[in-house]
Ligand binder design. Structure first.
Ligand code: 3PG
Length: 211
């Protein structure tokens, strides 16, 4: 099973901002306890690579990737630290090609037809749609999907427990991304039980919406 099939199976990719690398491993365990074996650690903090490395070494059941990757340099740092996939808020062709040459799954953010065409022309079929709530939500994704039938979308940005069902019920959605199951505050305050229970709720809602 390739990583994109596994992402579909799990249904959710939590967007995780780690401010203290020591929080990375307990956060990974909290997500796993909630049925989520994916984790996108964002390159928004100085300790991102350290956090990815910690999870990759200590929690092998967790499929840890890097998010907010803006360029080849960050992709290189992330992969060196053990990232199994790369997510970006936008489309940078150099980063996409760098990942592809190394067999690293890459999911760039594309919200316009031109960006989606650029991704398709690089051979990609899974793209991030961010910020989903601002760029037209599920309505926009469905309209784009009518044209780009082979593309699967990973919506993030304003997706949460309230609206998750309207995204997850559509065939063109590979999985849902978001930070609500694993907020900076909950990580910082070590509310790991809360993270686990939000994950459980999200996974249940996603799988219910798909059926
Ligand atoms: C992302 O990087 O995908 C977003 O920060 C997630 O958006 P959210 O915080 O609204 O879930």
């Amino acid at each position: 099973m390739d990583i994109m099939d596994k992402i579909y199976e799990t249904g959710i990719v939590p967007v995780v901002v780690i401010e203290d690398a020591a929080d990375a491993i307990p956060t990974a365990h909290a997500l796993l306890a909630g049925g989520v074996n994916f984790m996108e650690i964002t390159f928004r903090t100085a300790c991102a690579a350290e956090a990815i490395q910690a999870v990759s070494e200590a929690v092998p059941e967790m499929i840890v990737g890097a998010g907010t990757v803006l360029n080849v340099r960050q992709a290189e740092m992330a992969v060196k630290a053990g990232a199994k996939f790369i997510v970006s808020p936008g489309f940078d062709k150099d980063t996409v090609i760098w990942c592809q040459e190394r067999g690293i799954p890459v999911c760039p953010g594309c919200v316009t037809p031109s960006e989606i065409i650029a991704a398709i022309n690089c051979g990609l079929s899974v793209i991030k749609f961010f910020p989903a709530n601002i760029y037209g939500g599920i309505k926009a994704i469905k309209a784009l999907s009518g044209v780009f039938g082979g593309v699967k979308f990973l919506p993030t940005g304003g997706v949460n427990a309230e609206n998750i069902g309207e995204f997850a019920s559509e065939k063109c959605i590979i999985a849902i991304g978001g930070s609500w199951v694993c907020t900076k505050k909950d990580i910082k305050e070590h509310n790991f039980d809360q993270i686990t229970s939000l994950c459980h709720e999200a996974v249940e809602k996603i799988h219910a919406a798909r059926n």
